[in-house]
Design a protein. Sequence first.
Length: 267
Amino acid sequence: MKIAIVGCGNMGMAFAKSFLQYNLVKKENLLLIEKSADRAKTLRTEKTGVVVETIGEHLSHCDLLILAVKPQDFASVAEALRAVIKPAQLVLSIMAGIPIVKIQERLNHPLVIRAMPNTPAMLGMGITGFSSAKDVSFSQLLKVENLINATGRSVFLEDESMLDAVTALSGSGPAYFYYLVKAMIEAGQKMGFEESMATQLVKQTMLGSFHLINNADQSLDELITAVASKGGTTEAALRQFETGDLALTLQNGILAAQRRAKELSEG
């Protein structure tokens, strides 16, 4: 398979490096299109793939085109792509907020898959929701799913509108997690710890707790109860969280992200 990645920022390169790591594509068959001359020079030094700075006929030999540019840059990219895209080529968009139908219209091309990854994909530990245009065949979908899974895990959504929820829940989700970690570290500092010590305590706590969630047979409520003994310190903290409606605040924030994702998709 020959793959072109249009836009070589963090997410585009996360996909590129994952493909190479799992031998899903050879370096000579991986075309990296980066308009920034300085960035292109860096990519050539890293020797991740074949690097070019413009969209042109060199794309015609690729089986899959991955659109990893910023959404605001899509209009200009689409104009250039439309002139060279071939009927059999498959397009995978990882641009936020641009629905399949708009990509099809701008490219005058039916074979489009839209995906919403998240930043842990840079470590091969991401989760990606993806949806497909009806003209994409099942075998094509499986090939793309296999590529996406090189960056972590994936879920297929028949209803493309659910990608707005994926954007809010897992796409933006890492920021929510960092926000909680930051708040816990700051609490540790208020209690007298140096930042480095508070950071170590919180990061390892989060890591260990994640593994417990993945390996324990108990539900989340049971895991909470196992830590929160009656009249103890954890219960005191949980009571304060409930008083401030922390759970509701988090849920409302995620729903606000979903609404904004929907606005961007419709805009």
